[in-house]
Design a binder for this molecule. Structure first.
Ligand SMILES: C[S@@+](CC[C@H](N)C(=O)[O-])C[C@H]1O[C@@H](n2cnc3c(N)ncnc32)[C@H](O)[C@@H]1O
Length: 384
């Protein structure tokens, strides 16, 4: 199959799935993702692992991945990582085409809509938006100088020229404001106030948003009001790299459990909840219900998987560890310590979600205003 044929097949699949709006199809057809990807890249495979793909040594394999519906990492560790193996932290990627198409649908553009994209990355999305709305209606901002430069060069080769700014997109781009739409392709925990200021009242901000509890974020589609507030629903779950200043630092296990020992005065409990039940959508909802908490998951050599919870309340070192033994276990042991019973909070949040009928992500929404961020279920007057 020719290069173009594999791309056109993916476009057809996106259309048939109802993901790609008809008015974006010609932009997708004109700018295949492969035009914007570097020679070495790391597509994400099913199990959340990455494979290393090189255009020089395996051009057919490279193209197959470039036109696959998967996220592809294009930079590790802010560019400090070299070599074919994956680095420690992915810091730039080309999002999966399904997600890009869905976010464009959320953006709900018309002719001449003016868009600020935050997170230029490869420049592919900027090219698509420019093809859809006209080059002069699109500004894209990228914090990483090298990536911004590479995207500019790539866009030039592709003969399309949206404005690419090198800078911190958390400050928006004042010189081009106001915008009808802000499209963030890096996730936030806190919506930068500049985005509210720089969006026309009635305009939209489409952004992956989530809590510190997990990496399970969701796309928020927020309408900006004249009073500087914004509100709207989550349209779907998502996993995006964070805006650079919002990556956060992970708690140090030693600060909570010095020496790695379980203290003698730890509380002990049992649960019939499984780890699988606490993942995915549940993790997103738990984060909405329980503030100032985060978690990790470790699998030990005996196959027991441990869920570790840490309070991130300043000055508090409350923790919990739930041990999920193999398939034969039906009850799991939980140790916890500190003034907050973080396990009890997480379990209660999960049970709340189940008792509410496990509402899907698109029934939740977010209001952002001077008082901060408030998530809600179904209507803004029903806070989570
Ligand atoms: C998922 S990638 C964006 C993909 C891009 N839309 C494309 O088409 O390739 C996220 C990008 O956001 C950038 N980023 C992170 N923090 C940023 C910030 N504060 N301002 C601007 N860009 C930022 C990262 O460097 C990364 O390139």
């Amino acid at each position: 199959m020719s290069a173009n044929a594999t791309w056109l097949r993916l476009i057809r699949e996106l259309r048939e799935a109802g993901t790609l709006p008809a008015d974006w199809e010609s932009a997708f057809a004109a700018f295949p993702r492969s035009q914007f990807l570097p020679e070495r890249m790391w597509p994400m495979v099913d199990d959340g692992e990455y494979v290393s793909v090189d255009k020089v040594t395996g051009p057919a394999n490279w193209l197959r991945w470039a036109h696959a519906d998967v996220p592809i990492v294009t930079q590790w560790d802010d560019g400090r990582h070299a070599g074919p193996d994956p680095g420690a932290e992915p810091t730039s990627s080309s999002s999966m085409p399904t997600m890009v198409a869905a976010m464009f649908a959320d953006l709900d553009v018309a002719e001449h809509t003016r868009v600020l994209e935050v997170g230029t990355g490869t420049g592919w999305c900027a090219a698509l938006v420019a093809a859809r709305l006209g080059e002069t209606n699109v500004t894209s901002i990228e914090v990483d100088e090298g990536l911004a430069e590479a995207a500019r060069a790539q866009l030039k080769r592709a003969e399309i020229s949206p404005q690419i700014i090198t800078g911190d997109g958390a400050a928006g781009w004042h010189a081009g404001a106001p915008y009808d739409r802000i499209l963030a392709t890096a996730a936030v925990r806190t919506l930068p106030p500049a985005w509210l200021d720089q969006t026309t009242p009635g305009g939209l901000i489409v952004v992956p948003w989530g809590t510190g509890y997990s990496q399970h974020d969701a796309i928020a589609r927020l309408t900006v009001g004249a009073d500087g507030t914004a509100y709207g629903v989550f349209t779907r779950g998502a996993g995006f790299m964070k805006l650079r200043a919002q990556r956060g630092t992970f708690p140090n296990h030693e600060d909570y459990l010095p020496g790695g020992e379980w203290p003698n005065d730890a509380r002990e409990a049992e649960t019939s909840l499984t780890l699988e039940e606490l993942k995915g959508q549940a993790a997103f909802v738990i984060g909405l219900r329980v503030r100032q908490i985060t978690h990790t998951i470790h699998t030990g050599p005996d196959g027991t998987t441990t869920l570790l919870l840490y309070s991130t309340t300043p000055g508090d070192r409350s923790w919990a560890a739930a041990f999920f033994c193999g398939d034969d276990c039906t009850e799991f042991l939980v140790y916890s310590g500190g003034p907050r019973d973080v396990w009890q909070e997480v379990e209660a949040a999960y049970r709340w979600w189940i008792e509410a009928g496990s509402p899907s992500i698109d029934r939740f929404g977010l209001t952002v205003g001077p008082e901060g961020h408030e998530a809600w279920l179904d209507t803004p007057d029903n806070p989570v």
